[in-house]
Design a protein around this ligand. Sequence first.
Ligand code: NAP
Length: 243
Amino acid sequence: MTELLILGGTTEARLLCDEVSSFDLSATVSLAGVTTHRLNMSVHTRIGGFGGAVGLKSWLLENSTRAVVDATHPFARQMPWNAHCACCDAGVQRLRLIRQGFAQQSDWQFAFELQAALTSIPSGKRVLLTTGRNDLQGISLRNDLEIFLRTIEPVENLPAHVTNLLIRPPLSREDENALMKGHRINTLITKDSGGVTTPKLDAARALGVNVILIERPKQPPGPMVTSVEAAVAWLRDVVGISS
Ligand code: NAP
């Protein structure tokens, strides 16, 4: 039995686990299992996909789950919709916990996907790409750019004009600054992942680096909060789970 399922993979999910670990309830956090380096979580942890919305619905029913907090990343495209459908079908309450987007600057450009962002960059630019190792469509076509792809884990079979920088965040503003200066970066493509600190964007601003922000995917309908405190309040006030 799992009264509360937290869909994880973010700092917010880990912090929510810390909060609910002292609650008088059975909770499980679920991780996709996509990274090799995993932090210990303070509630029971399961790893791997459920098998789509249908698999998740079965899991919820088998475990008599009362509530789901979907704390997956703002750029997780599939899991929030799977959770929405599974919870509707299973009659389980669901909350989306998604951190606030970046406070936007008037000189930033916006794109709905990486390929569109790359298309807008003039030839010869030196581009720092921090959008992750998935969805790299379009980078092989832009061999007139010097691209520095920053990832936590290595990416295989990249074309010659793409250099893979292996870096585990978070970086300080000074480190971001040194990285951009060191590689003579003049364009940054990053996701609107959000968060309270923005060292990468602050460094770009200080160095006059052009910023292209990839916009967040559409979220399913339903209740949504941007902080762990608000998620705890929802569990208490709406679901009736108390500490
Ligand atoms: P996604 O496109 O939304 O999900 C792809 C598939 O991975 C889902 O259909 C599901 O498989 C499985 N999955 C995703 N999150 C899961 C979870 N918490 N527990 C169990 N299975 C999960 O997500 P993604 O963009 O590949 O990201 C995968 C994970 O990395 C997410 O948990 C996300 O929070 C985290 N993450 C993503 C990003 C990003 O930029 N996308 C950045 C940082 C962290 P089944 O259909 O088989 O259930």
